[in-house]
Design a protein around this ligand. Sequence first.
Ligand SMILES: Nc1nc2c(c(=O)[nH]1)N[C@H]1C(S)=C(S)[C@@H](COP(=O)(O)OP(=O)(O)OC[C@H]3O[C@@H](n4cnc5c(=O)[nH]c(N)nc54)[C@H](O)[C@@H]3O)O[C@H]1N2
Ligand SMILES: Nc1nc2c(c(=O)[nH]1)N[C@H]1C(S)=C(S)[C@@H](COP(=O)(O)OP(=O)(O)OC[C@H]3O[C@@H](n4cnc5c(=O)[nH]c(N)nc54)[C@H](O)[C@@H]3O)O[C@H]1N2
Ligand code: SF4
Ligand SMILES: [Mo]
Length: 780
Amino acid sequence: MARKEPRIEDVNEKDIQVESRPKEWAAGLPAVYHSMKPAIEQMGLARALGTTFRMNQKHGFDCPSCAWPDPKDRSPFEYCEEGVKAVTWEATPVVISSDFWAEHSLTELRDRTEYWLGMQGRLTEPLYKPAGEDHYRPVGWDEALDIVARRLKSLDSPHEAAFYTSGRTSNEAAFLYQLFVRAYGTNNLPDCSNMCHESSGWAMGQTIGIGKATVTYEDFGQADLIILMGQNPGTNHPRMLTALENCKRNGGSIVAVNPLPEAGLKRYKNPQKPRGIAGKGTELADQFLQIRLGGDMALLQAISKRVFEAEEKNPGTVLDHEFLEKHCEGLEDLKEHLSFLDDDEVLEATGLRAEEIDELAERYLKAEKVIITWAMGITQQKKGVATIKEIINLLLLRGNIGKPGAGAAPIRGHSNVQGDRTMGIWEQMPGTFLDALGKEFSFDPPREHGADAVETFHRMQDGRIKFFMALGGNLISAISDTQLAEEAMKKTDMSVQISIKLNRSHLVTGKEALILPVLGRTEIDIQETGRQFVSVEDTVCVVHASHGGVDPVSPNLLSEPALVARLGARVIGDRIDADWAGFEKDYDLIRDSISRVVEGCEDYNERIRHEGGFVLPNGPRDSRTFRTPTGKAVLTVNDLEAVQRPEGTLLLQSMRSHDQWNTTIYGHNDRYRGIKGGRHVLFMNAGDITELGLADGQYVDIHGVHHDGVERVLRSFRVVSYPTPKGCVAAYYPEANVLVPMDHVAEGSNTPVSKTVLVRVEAAAGAGAEDKMRRTPAPA
Ligand SMILES: Nc1nc2c(c(=O)[nH]1)N[C@H]1C(S)=C(S)[C@@H](COP(=O)(O)OP(=O)(O)OC[C@H]3O[C@@H](n4cnc5c(=O)[nH]c(N)nc54)[C@H](O)[C@@H]3O)O[C@H]1N2
Ligand SMILES: Nc1nc2c(c(=O)[nH]1)N[C@H]1C(S)=C(S)[C@@H](COP(=O)(O)OP(=O)(O)OC[C@H]3O[C@@H](n4cnc5c(=O)[nH]c(N)nc54)[C@H](O)[C@@H]3O)O[C@H]1N2
Ligand code: SF4
Ligand SMILES: [Mo]
């Protein structure tokens, strides 16, 4: 394939433009247009159509973007703007040439933005940076893998290595990877989920015995009420709006709880339907509760308290007594605890009016079938685990788990983050899984829990972790406390990135560093026994196949399973009973092992070939069985703790723009929020702007407020007057990670608290709009 020269200018944020009002509706015609234009320009029409029309089809590939499920009856257009952007970014024919690495030093590349790095094109050859050097150089596959194997064999203990996974990895690659890591001798398997839905996993595991959604796709259309908390589906799960539209069309109602009036929460123009393209679209949210950051736990307790009060007034008619008696424990304790809930404290924490809370309570009491969905606005909070336990409490009180149209729905991020966990990517897999793994491959897997993402950086900092490998992702940008994280990574002896495109994690490295380039999900994967497919699990536990559809950008790429199998052969060899060479040749062999090791995956090879795949068992959803110590769902008592905001400080949340995929930046607009041409913006309430003596459009510095002697500051952000609650500001992730202290984590899940960070905002020291050229995402 002819190499096209990328002509990518890095961004110049000299004039960020702001529309006067954020958009009130999401999707519709402009979304399709905006998405198709770059795809066609970069890929050429044939490749663009070849990818988009295969996306999410029964014999096509799974959209590599988010984990939203596919309906049973599919249209030829089962994709959205974000999916098209993800595919365009991945399947671009533009590649990085070999001479790039001699031309550019790491020091120089660290001044580039994530946008520019990603736009350089696909990585197509293994690269090695020896210790003490500032350039990568191309190496052959054998040499690259030998360097990694030698280093791993030289460590004093397997616990000196950590193996990260990002959630785009297939089930097959993930299963092999965790086998390789455990056979090597450690459970140090941090993953992106540690920073994402870990709080959901803990809260749900402890209360209902499973850390996954208890709903199906069809349930959304059958619900009387869907409450969306801390989630921006218009940007982050766009086709979820179709499911919400189904709910509305069937007479259901929708409530959104969010500090920001996000476009997709209000109105939806379905781009796949004529009325969506031409008409006004469907009104989605019937009620919008503009909550303060971190206020959800108080709101949920207040609603549950009103449920108990309604039951007092009309005994026997409000609670689902039959369900509670048969399936739950802890009712009386919860009732007693909530009776002490202080109404003023609730109003203060939520910033809502009592009538708004009453209205939501009434809606909840009127509805027979309720789904509560949530994402990062809930999980990335100090009280994230407790807040999700309150979601479960509220649902259980009226039997809203394990019946059609009702349930708990954590909406996952990465397209296969849930599958990776099912396959054993977790630093704390239960003994039953380890037993089965050991039996299948005749070895004794380590039992001691490993390091999660945050803990990995603590151990790098104090020298206990010396080797770091990442199967995908961009951990250095995704983790909190950028400066501290970068220092820690630089202390390691070796870092290895298995990637498809360049990002900052390739530039902030251990003393030695490697980049190992792999096939993307869109690409055809041919091994010795023929064309292979992989499999993934979506947010509602449907496991299905994904078949790459376009020619690889280079014949020199390995697939992820092949790469891990080769590492396994080199580092582990026949120390365990694994057919590494066979796994590379024929992924059916990997799936045979999966079917014997992973619960619910019996006959994997046969069932994965069914149209649409198969659904994993889910006790609460299928039969109201709860795998807790007592076999009952647990109503829990959680102590409310007000978020402290000393005078002169503000609470900052970090969130995604419409033009990004986590740390991957597609462009510099945030269409629905009215931002054009830049990312260094701080969304502020007009009252706060005035009180601080600032002005809309002014440039400010944002200082972290954390008393550990470390200076955390982001300079020259443009103030944008925005409808966010007083005291609550917002900026984009990953830039804002500079301000999130590494030890600012959720209780019980160790998830970085990226949504409620204490900051001080001051007029920018010196810098104005003029010198806002090409900013690095983080201090180097
Ligand atoms: N296009 C696109 N799609 C994506 C991603 C992407 O980057 N781009 N990322 C993927 C990943 S990995 C994930 S995890 C998901 C993330 O999906 P989201 O969770 O929707 O992502 P965020 O942008 O972090 O948005 C958080 C939302 O929570 C709100 N919020 C913040 N704090 C609070 C709070 O205290 N209470 C309440 N009620 N709301 C709050 C914010 O205003 C915002 O609307 O999206 C996935 N899909
Ligand atoms: N402040 C703040 N921090 C956050 C968050 C937040 O809301 N605020 N959100 C957190 C969340 S929810 C998450 S999930 C994490 C995300 O953390 P990560 O998953 O580590 O980050 P991503 O940006 O998704 O990773 C993108 C990189 O993955 C690589 N990649 C893409 N596709 C493939 C593939 O098919 N194979 C391989 N091997 N590599 C591939 C590309 O090189 C790309 O640069 O960030 C977390 N960090
Ligand atoms: S909703 Fe998510 S999975 Fe579906 S097409 Fe859009 S980005 Fe892809
Ligand atoms: Mo995520």
